[in-house]
Design a protein around this ligand. Structure first.
Ligand code: SAM
Ligand code: SF4
Length: 466
């Protein structure tokens, strides 16, 4: 009986339809692609409809409470889908993966008993094995399993990358993400990342280069390097040498076919003069940097444990601009951090005015479990809402001004995808702005000069030159 069960388990655990929903940052998007690659390799089929799926994966974000709460409202809807499928004799396996999975572990089963599997961000390489285990439990109730659900919150990024499929089969083209680093050692006092993604780990250089080569041969033209703190990259280059982030950029730029290189996120404390100079020396390295400031107040920066002062941050911006005058910046800001006074908040607004970002993200402070600042006196919600609205207005003013300053200029645009209208395509400028223009579909994946006709709040419009 036992062997029949295991044979049927192997057969039954393939050819299932799977659906993945992703919350959060580009790293989660990369992780979801890798999860899909594992499931495709195991013989499953991707679907965009959760109602059709036999396997539903929710890849979660724990950075702010709102994202965590969205998980539980999704699970409510998916539980209904699971119950309807069960009425028709079809079983659905539900997996929660990513940072909320890591943070809450088996607590998730208590809040949503429809969930079968919980996998942390360093354990998703075990997804097919976990699915097989659940299927064998469902198929063979006589096989006495010790547990009726699976939790894997192992914290080894090294093991994860070793066990992921070598070949990237699901690549978003022409701009392809590569995760070069996991986790973070900075321990900003508001941030859950060091607790959910673990300690900083840089992937070996050869792995990244071979992934980049493979992506380019699949049609990628832009390589987008990802990590919580890419500028601190120090991967193993050989048995005795490590490779710095700047050296990695040079290596990637030498791959034939790489037309653009981008990266995110870099921490101000790890920006080196070499990296600044690389932006001038490597023509494929885009003149755009996401450099989160978080606050413009020295008192708050200190409480946040950011490791730099306002003037040190400004100095980095100015040095970059001296080396490459056209470089564009974006940033992240948190308003309503515990203890933030009106004066502190005004210093943040003044920083945005001083730097004049091409774009920026801003968030209301969200107390996260385990983080030191979640235990401090909190700012009231109304103040946070008001400050966020004020800051966003300032950010928007600069973004619109920046976009309008492009009117009449000829910019190089990588055409990335089809637009909503006939003959419309959407591309990106070197400065990360979306551009809408008319061009044939077969222009997707190529770089063209485009004359910008209008700058809007969030995008540009233009015409192909010539
Ligand atoms: N490693 C990056 C850095 O140092 O800037 C940021 C990574 S974090 C996942 C992305 C952004 O989320 C942060 O830059 C910060 O602005 C925001 N964030 C993180 N924790 C937050 C919290 N507790 N409340 C509100 N925003 C938060
Ligand atoms: Fe979080 Fe700070 Fe690390 Fe960024 S640097 S991931 S904000 S702890």
């Amino acid at each position: 009986m036992l062997s029949i069960c295991f044979i049927s388990k192997a057969l039954m655990s393939r050819n299932k339809k799977f659906f993945i929903k992703t919350y959060g940052c580009q790293m989660n998007s990369y992780d979801s692609d890798r999860i899909a690659e594992i499931l495709l390799l195991a013989g499953h089929i991707k679907t965009s409809l959760p109602e059709d799926a036999d396997i539903v994966v929710i890849n979660t974000c724990n950075v702010r409470e709102k994202a965590q709460e969205k998980l539980f409202s999704d699970l409510g809807r998916i539980a209904l889908i699971k119950a309807k499928a069960a009425e028709k004799g079809r079983s659905v396996i539900i997996l929660v993966v990513g940072c909320v999975a890591q943070a809450l572990g088996k607590e998730i089963f208590a809040r949503a008993d429809c969930v079968d599997i919980v996998l942390g961000p360093q354990a998703y390489q075990n997804i097919q094995k976990s699915i097989e285990e659940v299927i064998s439990q469902k198929q063979c109730p006589e096989v006495k399993m010790q547990k009726n659900f699976i939790v894997d919150t192992t914290m080894s990024a090294e093991d994860k990358f070793k066990l992921l499929p070598r070949n990237r089969t699901l690549v978003k083209l022409p701009s392809a993400f590569i995760s070069i680093q996991e986790g973070c050692d900075k321990f900003c006092t508001y941030c859950s990342v060091p607790y959910t993604r673990g300690r900083e780990y840089s992937r070996p250089t050869s792995e990244i280069i071979s992934e980049a080569n493979q992506l380019v041969s699949s049609g990628a033209r832009e390589i987008f390097l990802l990590g919580q703190n890419v500028s601190a990259y120090n991967g193993k280059y050989s048995s005795s040498a490590v490779c710095s982030f700047t050296e990695l950029l040079f290596l990637i730029s030498s791959i034939k076919g790489v037309e653009r290189i981008r990266y995110t996120t870099s921490h101000p404390c790890d920006i080196t003069t070499e990296l600044m100079k690389a932006h001038k020396e490597i023509s494929s390295l885009m003149p755009f940097i996401h450099l989160p400031a978080q606050s413009g107040s020295d008192i708050i920066l200190k409480k946040m444990n950011r490791g730099y002062s306002r003037s040190q941050y400004i100095k980095i911006i100015n040095e970059f601009r001296k080396i490459l005058p056209n470089i564009a910046f974006s940033s992240d800001f948190i308003v309503g951090f515990p203890g933030e006074t009106e004066t502190d908040f005004e210093a943040t607004c003044a920083l945005v005015d001083e730097v004049s970002y091409a774009q920026a993200y801003s968030f209301k402070y969200s107390p996260r479990p385990q983080t030191p600042s979640s235990k401090w006196d909190q700012i009231d919600e109304q103040t946070k809402i008001r400050r966020l609205a004020v800051l966003q207005e300032i950010i928007n003013k600069h973004q619109l001004h920046y976009n309008q300053s492009m009117e009449g200029k000829e910019l190089l645009v990588l055409i990335e995808k089809e637009g909503r209208y006939e003959n419309q395509v959407i591309g990106k400028t070197e400065y990360m702005q979306s551009v809408h223009l008319s061009a044939p579909k077969n222009f997707i994946g190529k770089v063209f000069p485009v004359k910008i006709s209008r700058g809007f709040q969030n995008s540009l419009s233009g015409k192909l030159v010539g």
